[in-house]
Design a protein around this ligand. Structure first.
Ligand code: PEP
Length: 249
């Protein structure tokens, strides 16, 4: 039995009042499911406050990115140590929006992931193809390259501490979801690729699906053998929807 993770990526949403209201909705609602690790990833500015609100609860805390540098003259960057001191234990890395708008490469994501692991943060490493790449039948080539690049130099222990999220870029925030079968095919492919690093670690590695996951489509995706949870954007901003996804497990 692999760990199942439902993670909310709040993106550029979540002022302090919004954070308070959303987290209270999750804490007061039926968001605890013993089968599931529940995680929220608010923006940096809300992490400390979220940590205080979530202390002692079942909801874990993650960040949406971090610097590849430990400290120093990198204006605007946030370090792994800074995240740890505000209670984050997970960090999303290589999200397609970071790749698209901030030119992040597999090499940079790999450096960030290694630093996160060395510091004790659990990376959620995102991979996924663009629409035109899928249409040209390049999904496996693109995703295979991303997996190999972002996990380059990983030991079995490093894989064991990590999470991968498969997010087809054409399904993010568009309302278009990969069918459960389409997603399963890529998840299985990713697990086989990771098995090249270590076959046991590949078997226990949670691989999350992301891309317009909603309460109504979550169950079909989550029942696939290689889909071990969801990275949820839009639907994680409404407590009732996020709870609906948690309870679809
Ligand atoms: C995401 O940003 O990781 C995501 C999957 O977004 P959405 O659920 O809105 O498609």
């Amino acid at each position: 039995m692999r760990e199942i993770i439902i993670a909310g990526n709040w993106k550029l949403n979540g002022t302090i009042p919004e954070t308070e209201s959303l987290l209270k909705g999750l804490l007061d609602g039926n968001s605890q499911n013993d089968k599931v690790t529940v995680l929220v990833c608010p923006p940096y500015t809300s992490l400390h406050y979220a940590h205080k609100l979530l202390e002692g609860s079942h909801i874990k805390l993650g960040a949406q990115d971090m610097s590849a540098h430990e400290k120093g003259a990198y204006t605007g960057e946030i370090s792994a140590d800074m995240l740890l001191t505000v209670g984050a234990r997970y960090v999303i890395l290589g999200h397609s929006e970071r790749r698209q708008y901030h030119a992040e490469t597999d090499e940079l994501v790999n450096a960030k992931a290694k630093l996160a692991l060395a510091k004790g943060l659990r990376p959620i490493i995102c991979v996924g193809e663009l629409l035109e790449q899928r249409e040209r039948n390049q999904t496996e080539e693109v995703v295979g390259t991303q997996v190999a690049g972002t996990l380059s130099g990983f030991t079995a222990e490093m894989v064991q501490q990590s999470v991968i999220a498969y997010e087809p870029v054409w399904a993010i925030g568009t309302g278009k979801t990969a069918t459960p079968e389409m997603a399963q095919e890529v998840h299985k492919f990713i697990r086989e690729r990771v098995a090249a690093v270590d076959s046991n670690a590949a078997q226990t590695l949670p691989i999350l699906y992301g891309g317009s996951v909603k309460p109504g489509n979550a169950a079909g995706l989550l029942e696939q053998p290689d889909i071990d949870g969801a990275l949820v954007g839009g639907a994680s901003l409404k407590a009732a929807d996020f709870i609906g996804i948690i309870n679809a497990v």
